[in-house]
Each structure stands twice: as C-alpha cells, then as structure tokens.
Write a protein that binds this ligand. Sequence first.
Ligand SMILES: [Zn+2]
Length: 389
Amino acid sequence: MSTVIKNALIYDAYTWGEKKDIKIDDGEITMVGENVSADEEIDLNGYSILPGFFDAHMHLVSGSELFSDESLKEWAQSGILTVRDMGFGGKQTLEEFVEWVNSINTNPETAQVVTAGRFITAPHGYGHIMGGHENGIAVKGAEEAKEAVLKMKKLGCHGIKTAADMERFDPETPVLSAEEFKALIEEARKNNMWIGAHIQHTEYMRVLLEANIPEFAHMSLDNVPDEMLREMVEKNIYVTPTLSVIDAPRPPLPPGELPPEMKEMMEKMAAIDTHEQEQNAIDNVRRFVEMGGKVALGTDTMRMTESDKKQGIPIHELELLQQAGLSMQQLVTAATLNSAHVCGLDNEQGSIKAGKTANLIAIKGELGEDVNVFKNVDFVMHYGKVIKS
Ligand SMILES: [Zn+2]
C-alpha cells in the first residue's frame, strides 16, 4: 500500500519551507513532488515536516544497567529516530548487547541503534580502563589495530570509536601513533564502518589530523587555532561537538569514604571552570562552521535508564549550537543529514528525497528560529509507519 503526505512544508538540508507531496511505498520515500496520488492520504496542512532526528553520540549502557526498549520508544516518540552508541560499557557481554540491538532495529516503535562496541585505544590509553575494569580494547601496532576492527565487525558493530586524549588528567597517557590510527581508519573503511575519535584537548589533535580521522567525537575544550580548524575543513572532518555535556551538572559523589586517588581526581575535576571550557568549545565550533566545517548533533548522554536523561530532541544542545552561530537550517542539517553521515546512514536517511527511508517528523506551524518547537513533535513516521499523530 502506498501513502502520500500532503500540504506539509518540507525542511531539510536541501529544501527549506517548500510545500510538496511526499509519496511512501513500503517504508521508502518514492517521490517528492506535486499532485501525487496514492492509496492513502495524510493531510499535514499547517505543519512543518523534517527528516527524523539523530542523537549521534550516546552511551546506551554502562555498569550493571539493563538494556531498555522503553528509552528507545520514548526517543522515537520525541522525534529522535536514530541513536549512535559511542562506546559500550555494560557488565553484560558485547554479544548480548548487539543481539538486543539487532532485535529492536526492525521495530518502528523504537529508535534505531548503531553501535561502536568497545573503544579501541592504546594500552592504558583513554577508554581502556574505565571504572576500574578493562572496558576498551588495547592495541599495539597496525596489525593489532586491524584485528580489533575486524573483531568489532564480526560481532555486528557498525563503527569504531577510538580516542586521542589524556585520561584522568595524566599528561603521560599513552596515545596510538598516526600509523596505528591510519590502520584503524583503513580497516574500518574496508569494512564499511564509520570511525570517530574522542578528543577534548587541542594538543592531541595533530596525530588525528595526520591520520586523516573522519570525525572528532567532541570539540576541543581549549582554543583551537584557525589553521587547525581550516585543516579539518579541508580534510572534510566532521565534528560532533556535544556542547551540552561540558558544563552539565556533575553526578553526585558516591557515598562513603573515597579512595585517595579518586578523591584527588574529584578535586581536580571540581577545580575546572567548565563554563569557560563550554565557551571555548562554542567559539571553536563558531569558527569551524564559518569556514565551512560540518557538525553533527550528539549529547554524550549516558545511561538510558536514568529518567532525567530521557530528554528527547536535545533542546539545550541545539541552543548552544545556535550560540555558535548556526542557522536553523544548519541546525536541522546537523541533526539529520550530517548525523546520518557520521552514522554511515546518509544513503538511507537524513533527508526527504526519493530513495530514502520514510523517517519523518512534523511540528505545528512554519519553522522559524526557535528551537523550543522541537519539544512538541506532533507526528512521527518511522520506516513508513505512523507511530505518533
Ligand atoms: Zn562519549
């Protein structure tokens, strides 16, 4: 059965506020045009229609949490139809996690998940040991790097997460070499996987630039010189800035006496001016985007069962990107096409045109400059099925 959505104003990376019909067959957009007919008609007169939004940086499971379809249902209802897990940290096995991801990924009621599986990093590098246990995969040399990528691929992961940064304020933190990063990137490409690197300090950017990493999974918290930003633009490196996590309230201290090293780290963390870091990152994003750099939408949300983190479309992240000078069309592009790109899904998702999956959201009225309108998504179609109207 075919469906046509009529009278809505289309807003995506390519089209801005044009009224056109959208035809859908078997979950796929097959035509965008005028006077289109189909078996079934949905009239969205007075609405703006956009591609489904992404959250391209989350950590779905950490510690002893269980996998939850509920959060994924809430995200889908809110208009987030695809989420990217940027590093698994659960107590369960990665096999169990991927099995669960595969079991929900055909369900229109839940947001689709793509996952990096475990961090691939240097021995004792960022992401290797977390919360006292071995969370990442440590590699030494190009061969081990390639093997680790193949291991993630074999497990059913969709991409690779790596890192070039210091861990726990330790400037001596080991970092993979440019050759090792290059091996990761090459092997990921060969296996049709995306790859992004955690980075928060400019001093670690050089090695990633040298290796031509396709994505920075955060924006630096200190000033990035213009020439480096320009090099990123020239190399078509995407950035998922995750601005809203920088100055977010810190989690409460665990109860009881803390081990001395933990206490020391907490004190160091408390001494950081996170507001200043946020402003630095915003300024970096502003200059990067002015130069033509592409950003994606991500929040670095942890723990999907924490109710206060079930935020749906991340309004605050959009506000901070707006502070960095992004126009509404640039914001929508970040949340859709650019995020689809970093998730390796831009052939199927991220815009409203023939050949793409019918992942569509609608809000009342014409889209202006106010991001608060995304708190109220009135209509959601996922894989061609209406799940909210
Ligand atoms: Zn993260």
